[in-house]
Write a protein that binds this ligand. Structure first.
Ligand code: GAL
Ligand code: CA
Length: 359
């Protein structure tokens, strides 16, 4: 495959304000990555929204790794970041601009996964490899061209691991968890965006881990809070008003929503708190685990996702087989493992994170 040399990138695509550091990483050169001899690489990086804690973590890690790769390889790597602001139309325009500006590879956290075919066809028409991440398009869309990839983690696995955290707590100290002593686990579920595979599968498999193990459960309520802390706080406040101490467990499809539930509990004496679990192991969630507010979470490896995407981008740019750089499944997929995090093993995760990068 030959990556094309595109027009000179005269200015940066829109950079997200605030959270992300400026990312003009070096002077732009007229040569594209253009094969193994190329000494520059332009990466177009499109986020569904910058206003998402986990996605910001992936972005921060990628920026950090790009700088490190520049030092190590001597290549000029330019990272263009675009914030889709939850609009697929906006994101399609941003991708068009990446292509017009000569990006050699596209990394896309798609807003609406049903739009993946349009993006895939654009990328193929321009001969520019496309790596989707975090929001998984259907297999047919990934298979439209052999230079389309997906980097992510199994939603089902994260749900099952979250459920097992609760199962362990139930087995270890059932009396503490089954506060009304009826032998049934009463729970509420804070769900991510409707239709997102992580929302659907985490919701299903977290509870399934308990029922498969023979634990009887009763759902008191479930609501979407769109991955969002403030929305989750509002939903939880309603439930606390409605069900009070009957809630024994709060499942949250991600940590931001778990933190929203914690916000809603406010001054309630800790002895009356339900058990709360999240997914992601973001920095604020780690603090909540440390403080004993969040019982546990499931580490979503944003750093691993960033690493895999950059390694693939560098390999593609050097006309190497990306399967040499990452563990490629079915020619298209890179799967990062999830893992459980509680107070017991938090320090281990933190040590690893300190050694390998930011946040
Ligand atoms: C999930 C993550 C959520 C949110 C979502 C966005 O994997 O757990 O916190 O970032 O992706 O697509
Ligand atoms: Ca009970």
């Amino acid at each position: 495959m030959r990556l094309r040399i595109k027009s000179f990138c005269s200015r940066l695509c829109r950079l997200p304000a605030g959270k992300l550091a400026p990312v003009l990483l070096a002077a732009l050169l007229l040569t594209g990555c253009g094969g193994s001899g190329g000494d520059s690489l332009r990466i177009g990086f499109a986020l569904y929204t910058q206003d998402d804690t986990f996605i910001s973590t992936v972005a921060q890690n990628l920026e950090w790794m790009v700088r490190e790769a520049e030092r190590e390889t001597g290549k000029t790597i330019t990272l263009f970041i675009a914030d889709g602001r939850s609009s697929q139309a906006t994101q399609l325009d941003q991708v068009d601009r990446f292509l017009a500006r000569g990006c050699d590879v596209l990394l896309v956290n798609i807003v609406d996964r049903t739009a993946a075919a349009v993006l895939a066809d654009k990328a193929e028409a321009e001969g520019v490899p496309l790596i989707f991440f975090n929001r998984q398009p259907v297999r047919e869309d990934i298979q439209r061209w052999d230079r389309i990839y997906y980097v992510g983690a199994s939603a089902q696995e994260s749900g099952a691991l979250q459920g097992r955290l609760v199962l362990d707590a139930w087995r270890e100290d059932r009396e503490a968890l089954d506060r009304n002593g009826d032998g049934v686990l009463q729970y509420v579920m804070l769900e991510g965006e409707p239709g997102h595979q992580d929302s659907l599968l985490r919701t299903e498999y977290s509870v399934k881990a308990l029922t498969d193990a023979g634990v009887e459960v009763e759902k008191l309520g479930n609501e979407t809070a769109n991955w969002n802390r403030a929305q989750a706080s509002a939903r939880t406040a309603q439930w606390l008003g409605e069900f009070g101490d009957r809630i024994e467990v709060i499942f949250a499809n991600n940590d931001d929503m778990a933190l929203g539930a914690i916000d809603a509990l406010g001054d309630t004496p800790r002895s009356r708190w339900p058990l709360i679990v999240g997914v992601d192991a973001t920095a604020p969630a780690q603090e909540a685990v440390e403080a004993g507010q969040l019982y546990g979470t499931v580490h979503n490896d944003g750093r691993g996702q960033a690493r895999a995407m950059l390694d693939m981008a560098l390999a593609l740019c050097a006309e190497e087989d990306p399967a040499e750089a990452v563990d490629l499944v079915d020619g298209h997929y890179v799967w990062l493992p999830y893992r459980q995090v509680t107070r017991e093993n938090l320090a281990e995760l933190q040590r690893e994170q300190e050694e390998t990068g930011p946040a």
